[in-house]
Structure formats: C-alpha cells, structure tokens
Design a protein around this ligand. Structure first.
Ligand code: ZN
Length: 82
C-alpha cells in the first residue's frame, strides 16, 4: 500500500473499532413539538416489549460497533480509511 499524499510505502494498517450511540440528541423545538408524546409512545411500542423480551432473554442487549480499517503513513503522518 502506498500513501496517497507522499507516495511512501512505509504505511501501517490498523483496525479501529468505534462504538456508536443509538439515540440521537434532539433540540428544544423537537422536544416541544414531538418529544413529549413521541418518547412515551416509542417507549410503549419499543422499550416495553424489549424489556419484557430482556427478562426472558437476558442476552437481548445489543451494542452497535463499527470496525474500520485505517492506514497511517509513517513518512508524512497522513491517515486515511482503507
Ligand atoms: Zn505519506
């Protein structure tokens, strides 16, 4: 593998694991218009069955992790996604 910046072949490739949060943060306007009814509805529709399922299946929890392969040039220090 060669560096796209300087053309050096002194490149280290490494695996990077990122853990992402499933919930997005919302603003004040979202909470005033949608959040006050959407969150209890979502809780009833999704969380309650998930909690019931979690009682019967304790391995029901999932964490979303993304594996990325990153290459780092040892010559100029440039890093990029492979
Ligand atoms: Zn380079």
């Amino acid at each position: 593998m060669t560096c796209p910046k300087c053309g050096s072949e002194n490149v280290t490739v490494q695996m990077v694991t990122e853990t992402q949060l499933k919930e997005k943060k919302h603003g004040v306007i979202w909470w005033l218009c949608v959040g006050w009814w959407w969150v209890p509805c979502k809780w009833l529709v999704f969380t309650l069955p998930a909690l019931i399922a979690a009682i019967f299946k304790p391995k029901g929890y999932k964490t979303k992790s993304i594996h990325k392969t990153m290459a780092v040039c040892n010559n100029c220090g440039k890093s990029w996604r492979v």
